[in-house]
Write a protein that binds this ligand. Structure first.
Ligand SMILES: Cc1cc2nc3c(=O)[nH]c(=O)nc-3n(C[C@H](O)[C@H](O)[C@H](O)COP(=O)(O)OP(=O)(O)OC[C@H]3O[C@@H](n4cnc5c(N)ncnc54)[C@H](O)[C@@H]3O)c2cc1C
Ligand code: SF4
Length: 479
C-alpha cells in the first residue's frame, strides 16, 4: 500500500465530517487511478517476453501484445496506446468485450504453464482509456483530401474500422445506417454492463470530428437502392451485419410477452441511453418482478439473462438443449450469470408456450444426448414422459441470427450470396461479384465477433484503396 493509500484509510477510520466528503472522493479517485495503474504495470511485467507470441498469433488483429505490455510495464503508456492503435481501431472496445479466454489470453504461455494468464484485455482497455483521458487521441487531419468518395452501409465495427482507415488515406467517407445512432451491435446489442455506451459514442464522435459524414435513419433498399447509392460514390462497402432472428415455431408462439432477444436488449440499451421506450415504460419489456425464461445457450442468451437480473427480475432461467460442456457461449459468461443467480436448466427444450393472451408458463421437455449427428456433435433427443412446466411471465428467444435477404432488400438480385444468405466475396480482395462493391463483417462471416469485424473492415479499406488507385491509373493511361 502506498503512503497516500495508508493516509486515506487512516482518515477514514477517524470518521470524517461532511465537509471532508468531497475531498475524500477526490482522494479516492486519485488512489483508485494509482491502484489501476499499479495493477496494469504489475500485469504487464508478468509477460515473460517469451519470443513465441502465441497471444499475438491468436489475436485476429495480430496486435503487438508483448511490445505494448513491455511499454506499459515501463510506464510508457502513450507509446503503448499508439502501438495498440496501430493495429486496432477500437482497442478499448476489444479490451472490454473480446472473449480473451478463447483468443489472446487463452494462448498466453504463462496460462499454458498453469500460472494464470497476463490479463491482456484489461491492460489494452487501461492504456486506451488513459489515452482518451489525457487527450492523446486526436481527430484525423487531412492535408490533401482525395476527390473520391466511399459509401459505407452500416455503422457497426466493420463499417467504422473501414471508414477510419480510408479517411486516414484521405478519401471522403459517408456512412449510412438505418439506426438512429452509429455503433451497430456495439450500441444496441451488447449491454451497457459489458460495454458502456459512452465508450462507443466517444469513438463515433471522434470519427465525426475526423470529417466522416454519418447519415442515420436511412435504410438502403427501402429509402435508396444499392445501385442508386453506387452512382453517388466511387466504391461501396456493405457492412450490414446479420439481424434475422432464428425462430422456433411452437404452439402458443403468438402469445404476448414472447420476445426475440434483440427486441429485449435494444429496449434496455435505449433506456440506458436515456430514450423514451414505450414498451419498456409500460412494463412490457421490463423484467422487473417477472419470471423470465431465456431460450438458447450462446452469448446473446447470456446477455439477456444478465440484463434481466439487472432489471430485478423475480427469477431468471436459461433453457439449453445440450449440456454445459456443449454450450456455444463462453464459459466465462455462464460463470458470471451463475454468480448473479441465473438458474441454468441444462438439456431442456421448450415444447409449448402456455397462457391466455399472454404467456404464463412453458412446457419443457427433458433431453439426453444421443448419437453424434453429421457435424460430429451429439444430437439432443427428448426423454419420453419427463416433460415439466415452468412459470413464465416473459420468454426470450435467443437462438442466433441469420442474414436478411439482401438481394431482395437492396433491390439488387445480381448480388451473389451463399446458401446461408451471407454475401459472397473474393477472399483476397473482399470485393463482391459486383465491381466496386465490397463487403465485410458479420454479413460475410455470419454472426461472429467485434474483433473479426474490425479486421475485415481494415482489410476492406486496403482493398478499396488499391481498387481506386488502380482505377485512377487506368484512367490516366487511357487519357
Ligand atoms: C447481443 C449480442 C452480444 C454480443 N456480444 C459480443 C461480445 O461480447 N464480444 C464480441 O466480440 N462480439 C459480440 N457480439 C457480436 C458482435 O457484436 C458482432 O460480431 C459485430 O458487431 C459485427 O459487426 P458488423 O459491423 O459486421 O455488424 P453490426 O455491428 O451488426 O452493424 C451493422 C450495422 O448495419 C446497419 N444496417 C443493416 N442493414 C442496413 C440497411 N439496409 N441500411 C442501412 N443500415 C443497415 C445496422 O443498423 C447496424 O448498425 C454480440 C452480438 C450480439 C447480438
Ligand atoms: S483485440 Fe481481442 S484478442 Fe486481440 S489482444 Fe485485444 S483482447 Fe486480445
Amino acid at each position: 500500500m502506498t503512503e497516500k493509500m495508508l493516509k486515506f484509510v487512516k482518515v477514514g477510520q477517524q470518521n470524517p465530517n461532511k465537509r471532508d466528503v468531497k475531498r475524500r472522493i477526490d482522494d479516492f479517485n486519485e488512489i483508485y487511478d494509482e491502484f489501476i495503474n499499479e495493477k496494469a504495470k504489475e500485469q504487464s511485467s508478468r509477460c515473460s517476453q517469451c519470443g513465441v507470441p502465441f497471444c499475438q498469433v491468436h489475436c485476429p488483429l495480430h496486435n503487438n501484445i508483448p511490445d505494448w505490455l513491455k511499454l506499459t510495464a515501463e510506464n510508457r503508456i502513450k507509446e503503448a496506446s499508439e502501438l495498440a492503435h496501430s493495429t486496432n481501431n477500437m482497442p478499448e472496445v476489444c479490451g472490454r468485450i473480446c472473449p480473451q479466454d478463447r483468443l489472446c489470453e487463452g494462448n498466453c504461455v504463462i496460462e499454458q504453464s498453469g500460472h494464470g494468464t497476463v490479463t491482456i484485455g484489461s491492460v489494452e482497455k487501461y492504456i486506451t482509456d488513459i489515452a482518451w483521458e489525457k487527450g492523446w487521441i486526436k481527430p484525423i487531419k487531412i492535408s490533401n483530401e482525395i476527390n473520391q468518395s466511399i459509401g459505407i452501409i452500416g455503422a457497426g465495427p466493420a463499417g467504422l474500422a473501414c471508414a477510419e482507415e480510408l479517411r486516414k488515406t484521405g478519401y471522403k467517407i459517408t456512412i449510412y445506417d438505418r439506426y438512429d445512432r452509429p455503433g451497430g451491435l456495439l450500441i444496441y446489442g451488447i449491454p451497457n454492463f459489458k460495454l458502456e455506451k459512452f465508450v462507443v459514442e466517444r469513438r463515433t464522435n471522434f470519427l465525426k470530428q475526423s470529417g466522416i459524414k454519418f447519415i442515420q435513419n436511412i435504410e438502403i433498399g427501402r429509402d435508396i437502392s444499392l445501385s442508386d447509392l453506387k452512382d453517388k460514390h466511387d466504391a461501396i462497402l456493405i457492412a450490414t451485419g446479420v439481424y434475422k432472428a432464428k425462430e422456433i415455431d411452437l404452439p402458443g408462439n403468438n402469445l404476448n410477452n414472447i420476445f426475440p432477444a434483440m427486441e429485449f436488449l435494444t429496449a434496455s440499451n435505449k433506456k440506458g441511453l436515456g430514450d423514451k421506450v414505450e414498451k419498456f415504460d409500460k412494463g412490457i419489456l421490463n423484467a422487473e418482478n417477472k419470471n423470465v425464461v431465456v431460450i438458447g445457450g450462446g452469448d446473446t442468451a447470456m446477455d439477456c439473462v444478465r440484463t434481466a437480473v439487472r432489471q430485478n427480475a423475480k427469477s431468471v432461467k436459461c433453457l439449453y438443449r445440450r449440456d454445459r460442456q456443449n454450450m456455444p457461449g463462453s464459459n466465462r459468461e455462464v460463470y458470471n450469470a451463475e454468480e448473479e443467480g441465473v438458474e441454468f436448466i441444462w438439456q431442456s427444450n421448450p415444447k409449448k408456450f402456455i397462457g391466455v393472451k399472454k404467456i404464463s408458463s412453458m412446457l419443457v421437455e427433458k433431453m439426453r444426448l444421443g448419437e453424434p449427428d453429421s457435424s460430429g456433435r451429439k444430437k439432443p433427443e427428448p426423454i419420453k414422459g419427463a416433460d415439466f412446466e415452468i412459470k413464465t411471465d416473459i420468454a426470450i428467444k435467443a437462438l442466433g441470427f441469420d442474414p436478411e435477404n439482401l438481394p431482395n432488400l437492396f433491390k439488387c438480385p445480381d448480388l451473389q450470396v451463399s446458401k446461408l444468405g451471407t454475401i459472397k466475396i473474393n477472399l483476397s480482395t473482399m470485393e463482391t461479384n459486383l465491381q466496386g462493391i465490397f463487403a465485410a463483417g458479420d454479413i460475410v462471416r455470419g454472426a461472429s465477433l467485434v474483433v473479426w469485424a474490425i479486421r475485415d473492415g481494415r482489410e476492406a479499406a486496403t482493398s478499396i484503396d488499391k481498387y481506386l488507385k488502380n482505377r485512377q491509373l487506368k484512367k490516366i493511361k487511357a487519357a
